[in-house]
Structures are given as structure tokens and as C-alpha cells.
Write a protein that binds this ligand. Structure first.
Ligand code: SAH
Ligand code: F3S
Length: 482
């Protein structure tokens, strides 16, 4: 069986809708991949699975039968790294029972710690950074020679544009499509620019092609992914920061995020389009207008603000004020009245006072976010926050402020969910409900989870109308309309 046949076989598997892991019959080796952290990591694992598939590896969810174990790691907060270190301890036993198993770290921890991790974690054989996955076949050869292998080079133009991800653990309804890699923003708390390198965008043709393949396989929803999708800019390849040096002719033909979104939504009217994440400084009126124009672009914007205090935003090197952020929120609500807005918030950043914290709570009251991801500040080595600022908010104060932020968010989430009661919403069915296989779980356009009873006629991937009759702060409950 040649590679094309293998890929065809995988497509056939996918159309069944239930296959969790893909097996190419000729492949004799097995890789077990575990992903931590962001959606980008999940998508990167799918890219790695695709690269390894061509090297004779099938994916497995059974650790004991794996020849290669890969852990796709996260460095965003200290806790994320501790989780991975604890998990590694578990693999000690595995390696004792089966010494030939090779263990690799990929992702942000691999990039941040580089060779050092080989000394700190003796059982690790392979360290590979986010821009070096194409080198995995060579690195694995080195392992087979009994050596340890490391590649943590960052790249100016790698976007894995031509690699068709193997959709792991997929519901065959919704998939991630990466559109940018890296980040140039240098927020002072954030390790991402160091672990994922400078920002670059992916060729729009390859994005459209990937979505087309997904559509052909029956997928109904894509999420366009990037650290900062609104800063997407395709001018023929290369770093975003080199755009200004390009000749006028090239600049004129560049594709920005609003244009890409318009292209995707126009070309795939039957697909629901999501995107994440938006940095408020790059979020443009054109994107809002594009969203308002296309019913198939989901009415949800993840617009992390991190703090409601101008002084803290400045220290964080965020490039907007609270007033500008509020103006963006107002513009979004004007053009897309029923939009859902979510956030990320950091409690207890360097020098944060009670007044700054109160300003965050006040901003939350202004926006009344639909949901949010909330964190206590965790200093990351190498960032400006670690080098130039003090981590001077006591731990218990950070936690108390975080609690207040979370409590407020719960109130607002409940308020937003209650607005759907009595209304009819369009739901894309994703899977069985976790709690009962007599119920479906899906999401509405605003990204709220909706649970409703099955009638036997509908299936995952169907868009159905559901009348909402109850809710919690996290879930809507309803009844299918006939
Ligand atoms: N632009 C990225 C942001 C990545 S980090 C994206 O695509 O989502 C996700 C969130 O983690 C950030 O928005 C921030 O709220 C939080 N975060 C990042 N660094 C942090 C740190 N050092 N301590 C606490 N939270 C942090
Ligand atoms: Fe991090 Fe700020 Fe970029 S949060 S990923 S440096 S936009």
C-alpha cells in the first residue's frame, strides 16, 4: 500500500465518524501522543501524527504497546510544567517494564528548556520544539542508533502548510486549522514568543485546501487558530515583522485576517467558522463587519483583556487602554447584537493594587462576558515580567482576587445563559452528552453547550433547532424542534 492509499484508507475510516485512532495496515510501529495546553498544541499533535504516519507509526491510545511516547507540553504557567513533570514520573515504570520505549517531549517546554531537560529528566530521549516537527524522521533515526536527539530550532517560515493533519480523537464534526504561528507581541507575562518564535502566516490557498478536505470528509465546523489571528497577514511567506520592507506591489496584494475570513466564509457556506484568539489591539472593524455579513461565522469572539486597569495593561505591554477596549466591545455589539464575548484575565500581576483589581471587576461588569478563562499570575523565566518586574502580590492575595473574578464571571455566565431561555437556537450536534447517551451535546453559534434529548432521527454533524427551557452557568438544556 503506498502513501496515497494509506491516506485514502484514513479518509474512509473518518467517514465512519467513530474511529478514534487511525491505523495504516502496513505500519508496524506505534506512537502514543498526549497533549497539554492550548488548541494549537492539539493541532500540532495532529500534524506530528501525520508526519509519523509516513514513517511507519500508527497512533495508539494504549501506552503499553507504544514504541514511542510523545508528550506535547505547555509552559504558559508554572503549574502546566509541573503537571508534565509529574506525568513523566509515571513513565518511569513504563520504561522499567519496556526499556526499548522511547520518550519524547515536544512543544513549549521542549523549546524553553532545550537540552537541559535531558539532564533534569533522565528518561527523556527526544526533545523537539514547535518549529522542528518536520525533522522528526531524522531525530527518530538518531534514537534508533541509541543516541538522544534534540532539535529546538525556531523558524522564519515554517507553517506546516502542506501537511494534512491526522485528526486524533476527533468527533468528525469540528476541527482546528492553524493559520498563524508564533507571536510578536511580547506581553511581559507571556512565554509564548520565546517558545513559539516570531509571527508568520500561512498561505491562504493551503488553508482553503485543508478546509475543503475537511468538508469532503463531512466536517461541519472549523476553528481558525493562531496566538493572535487578527494579526494574520499573508504576503508570500516570511515573518510578519518583515512585511514593511516589502515592495509596494507585494504589500498591495497582501491578505489580512478580515479578507481571509471573508474568503473562508464565502467558499464554505455549509461550514460554521470559528477563530481564536483575538488580541484587542489587532481586532478591526473590518473583521466585525465580515462577521456581521456571514451567517456561517459563529457569533463568538474570544477577546482576552487580562486586566481592567490601564496602569497594569501598560506594565503588561498590552497595546490598548481600557477605554479603547470598551469602544471595541461597543462596536462589536452594535454590528452583532447577539454576539458572545469571552475573555482571559490574570489576577495579581506585578504591583497590582486593590484599586487595579477593582478596575478589572468594573470592566467585567461593563462587558458581562459570556465566559472566561481566569488565572493567578505565574512568573515565567525569561520574560520581561521575570527580568524587570517584581512578583510582589502575595500568593493568598492573588488567589482571593482570582476567586472574586471567578465568582463575578459565574454570575455573568448565568445571566448570559438565562437570556437564551424560551428562545430557539441553532445547534451543531457534536457527540453524545457526557452524562447520558440518550442525550446529544452540541453548541450554538455563541459557543454555549446545549444538551437535549435524542429522537433517533438526528446525528452528529446535523444543524438542528432547539428550544431552550433551562440552564446552569455553563450549560443550556432544551428540546428538539420538529
Ligand atoms: N494569544 C494566546 C494567549 C496564550 S496564553 C492565545 O492564543 O490564547 C492564554 C492565556 O493564558 C493568556 O491570555 C493569559 O490570560 C494567560 N497567561 C499567559 N501567561 C500567563 C502567566 N504568566 N500567568 C498567568 N496567566 C498567563
Ligand atoms: Fe502571549 Fe501576548 Fe502573544 S499573551 S501569545 S505574547 S499576544
Amino acid at each position: 500500500m503506498n502513501q496515497n492509499d494509506i491516506l485514502k484508507k484514513i479518509d474512509e475510516n473518518l467517514q465512519g465518524g467513530t474511529t478514534k485512532y487511525f491505523q495504516a495496515p502496513e505500519n508496524t510501529k506505534k506512537v502514543y501522543i498526549e497533549s497539554y495546553g492550548c488548541q494549537m498544541n492539539i493541532n500540532d499533535s495532529e500534524i506530528v501524527a501525520s508526519i509519523l504516519l509516513k514513517q511507519g507509526f500508527n497512533t495508539t491510545d494504549n501506552l503499553d504497546e507504544a514504541d514511542l511516547v510523545l508528550i506535547n507540553t505547555c509552559s504558559i504557567r508554572e503549574k502546566a510544567e509541573t503537571t508534565v513533570r509529574n506525568r513523566l514520573k509515571h513513565f518511569n515504570k513504563l520504561k522499567k517494564n519496556k526499556p526499548q520505549t522511547r520518550i519524547g517531549l515536544m512543544g513549549c517546554m521542549a523549546e524553553r528548556l532545550k537540552e537541559k531537560i535531558l539532564e533534569e529528566e533522565q528518561l527523556v530521549d527526544l526533545v523537539v520544539g514547535p518549529d522542528a516537527y518536520r525533522d522528526l524522521p531524522n531525530l527518530i533515526n538518531e534514537l534508533e542508533d541509541g543516541r538522544k536527539a534534540v532539535n529546538v530550532l525556531l523558524s522564519k517560515d515554517e507553517t506546516y502548510a502542506d501537511i494534512e493533519p491526522v485528526r486524533l480523537n476527533s468527533n468528525s464534526v469540528s476541527a482546528f486549522v492553524s493559520i498563524t504561528r508564533g507571536c510578536d507581541n511580547m506581553c511581559t507575562f507571556c512565554v509564548v514568543p520565546f517558545t513559539r518564535g516570531r509571527e508568520r502566516s500561512r498561505n491562504p490557498e493551503s488553508i482553503l485546501h485543508e478546509i475543503e478536505v475537511l468538508q469532503d470528509k463531512g466536517f461541519k465546523e472549523v476553528t481558525l487558530l493562531g496566538q493572535n489571528v487578527d494579526s494574520y497577514l499573508w504576503y508570500g511567506g516570511g515573518l510578519k515583522k518583515d512585511f514593511d520592507k516589502q515592495p509596494e506591489e507585494i504589500k498591495k496584494n497582501a491578505v489580512d485576517f478580515a479578507a481571509l475570513l471573508d474568503m473562508v466564509a464565502t467558499r464554505f457556506p455549509g461550514m460554521r467558522i470559528r477563530f481564536s484568539t483575538s488580541n484587542p489591539q489587532d481586532f478591526s472593524l473590518n473583521v466585525i463587519k465580515t462577521m456581521a455579513k456571514h451567517p456561517n461565522i459563529a457569533k463568538h469572539i474570544h477577546l482576552p483583556v487580562q486586566s481592567g486597569s490601564d496602569r497594569i495593561l501598560k506594565l503588561m505591554n498590552r497595546k490598548h487602554t481600557v477605554a479603547q477596549y470598551k469602544k471595541t466591545i461597543d462596536a462589536i455589539r452594535k454590528y452583532i447584537p447577539d454576539v458572545a464575548i469571552s475573555h482571559d484575565m490574570i489576577a495579581g500581576f506585578s504591583t497590582e493594587t486593590e484599586e487595579d483589581h477593582q478596575a478589572t471587576l468594573d470592566l467585567m461588569d461593563y462587558v458581562k462576558y459570556d465566559f472566561g478563562f481566569m488565572f493567578a499570575y505565574s512568573v515565567r523565566p525569561g520574560t520581561l515580567g521575570a527580568k524587570k518586574l517584581s512578583d510582589d502580590v502575595p500568593h493568598h492575595v492573588k488567589l482571593r482576587r482570582l476567586r472574586e473574578i471567578i465568582d463575578k464571571q459565574q454570575e455573568h455566565s448565568l445571566y448570559r445563559m438565562q437570556q437564551f431561555i424560551g428562545k430557539q437556537v441553532e445547534v451543531l450536534i457534536e457527540d453524545n452528552s457526557k452524562k447520558s447517551d440518550k442525550h446529544w451535546m452540541g453548541r450554538n453559534s455563541q459557543n454555549a453547550v446545549v444538551i437535549f434529548e435524542k429522537t433517533g432521527k438526528e446525528k452528529p454533524g446535523d444543524l438542528v433547532q432547539v428550544t431552550i427551557n433551562d440552564c446552569t452557568s455553563a450549560t443550556l438544556f432544551g428540546e428538539l424542534m420538529n
